[in-house]
Design a protein around this ligand. Structure first.
Ligand code: TYD
Ligand code: MG
Length: 436
């Protein structure tokens, strides 16, 4: 029995198996020919940015995202643009009827002759369509609805999804087209099906965003042909997705000045700096365990920062409900946001707003010290470019043109130097506004 003692059978010396005609022959690594395939541009710059140039012929890309986020929209736009550039494109619609796809294409201005469409869920039918059209690019929307009668499990099951994907991967690898598989991910992140595909495919892209916001973020979770750090930004509009090359306006456009609890953090998304507003709101409560609610931020990190605020600067929020939100549907997991979050919380608690033209960056340690974070010069340069004139940052931060860096060694020092004069209490403000 495997796993029991004394069950290992001694291996008998075997003669080396003779190489057969189709065995692979080892070659010196340096003698391996460089991969000949040049990526095909998708004609969508934000997508090319994430892919490091485009879709590699014979590769398989999985695009995951929640239902309704815009996967079908994005990929139809990709096919239309690629067809415009002279590529042969095939869309396998395994979920929506051809009439529905046509309606979307009309809306997107994507009724291009070079885009072929087949409404098909059976793998055999899809293979036949690929053989007939001989496309450069194929989109299968979605892989979860594709089935193969040869595979002994029910349609939609993990076995089916994996089996069908395997055959499509083999087809792409044998000199086939670039294949893009669409996979729905549920809120819990269980890519029911698609997650089991991640190791099979070359590239996994994740399409994210809050359905109630226009902003969509595209990132590579896995990429065999390049780095995974790049972020693509899109805005969902009435006629499809539009790339956002300068996201600054999108995030800070509706910002109100002099409101306590608001601090701007120069985040890095991939290699791109992105300024985001972090908001905090605190409300007194008698509840024994007051509510802590986060949007776009980590609740565990918030708990830690609340403890540091309490112990190191004496700002206790134990009798307050606490809400922290990263504006615009962005998620921040960067510890470099610690200082900005702490400052937003302290500002909200004390009704002392922070200057509108200040950004805050730095990791906050358990001792209340402010620590250096990665990419500080790029973050500061972007803040300066967008008109911010002051930065609260750890002492070791380099100087930066156009922005004056206030070095703050501790959280206490940061608060002392950044919190403005107290504004009127909320009750007074209501009285004031009803007086108009
Ligand atoms: P869709 O691409 O169908 O999402 P997915 O394939 O990820 O499930 O997009 C769904 C949403 O996008 C839908 O709510 C309508 C919206 N939408 C627009 O806002 N503008 C558009 O031009 C299109 C085509 C869709
Ligand atoms: Mg869809």
């Amino acid at each position: 029995m495997c796993g029991e003692w004394n069950t290992l059978v001694e291996e008998v010396d075997r003669p080396l198996p003779a190489a057969t005609a189709d065995s692979a022959v080892p070659v010196a690594l340096s003698e391996v020919p460089a991969a000949g395939s040049v990526p095909l541009t998708t004609e969508i710059p934000e997508l090319d940015r994430v892919l490091g140039g485009g879709l590699v012929p014979g590769s398989v890309t999985l695009v995951g995202g929640e239902p309704g986020i815009g996967k079908s929209t994005l990929l139809l736009q990709v096919l239309a643009e690629m067809a415009r550039a002279g590529r042969r494109c095939l869309l396998v619609s395994a979920e929506e009827s051809p009439a529905q796809v046509r309606r979307r294409a009309e809306r997107l201005g994507a009724l291009i002759p070079g885009v072929w469409l087949v409404g098909e869920t059976s793998l055999v039918g899809i293979q036949a369509a690929i053989a007939e059209v001989a496309p450069d690019v194929v989109v299968v929307d979605s892989i979860q609805t594709v089935w193969d009668g040869e595979i002994d499990s029910s349609p939609g099951s993990v076995g089916q999804v994996r089996g069908c994907a395997q055959i499509l991967v083999a087809l792409a690898k044998s000199g086939g087209p670039a294949i893009v598989l669409v996979g729905h991910v549920t809120k819990e992140g269980a890519l029911a099906g698609p997650r089991v595909l991640e190791h099979m495919v070359d590239t996994v892209l994740s399409f994210e965003g809050d359905r109630h916001h226009a902003l969509r973020l595209l990132r590579a979770v896995k990429h065999r042909f390049g780095p995974t750090g790049e972020l693509g930004l899109f805005e969902m509009t009435g006629d499809g997705l539009t790339g956002v090359d300068d996201p600054a306006g999108l995030f800070l456009a509706d910002r109100r000045s002099s409101v306590p609890g608001s601090v701007v953090f120069p985040a890095m998304e991939g290699y791109r700096p992105l300024l985001v507003e972090i908001q905090a709101l605190v409300v007194p409560t008698n509840m024994p365990s007051p509510r802590r609610s986060v949007s776009g931020y980590d609740s565990g990190r918030l708990a830690l920062l609340l403890a540091v605020l309490d112990q190191r600067v004496g700002i206790s929020l134990a009798d307050q409900e606490v809400y922290v939100s990263v504006v615009g549907g962005v998620r921040i997991a960067d510890p470099g946001a610690d200082l900005a979050v702490c400052m937003a919380l302290a500002s909200a608690r004390t009704y002392r707003p922070i200057a509108d033209d200040l950004v805050a960056l730095g990791e906050v340690g358990l001792g209340g010290e402010v620590r250096q974070i990665a990419h500080t010069p790029r973050r500061l340069a972007e803040a300066a470019r967008l008109g911010f004139t002051k930065a609260a940052a750890p002492p070791s931060s380099p100087k930066s043109d156009g922005i004056s860096v206030r070095s703050v060694a501790t959280l206490g020092e940061a608060l002392e130097r950044s919190l403005g004069p107290e504004t009127s209490s909320p009750k007074l403000r209501v009285v004031g506004s009803t007086g108009h």
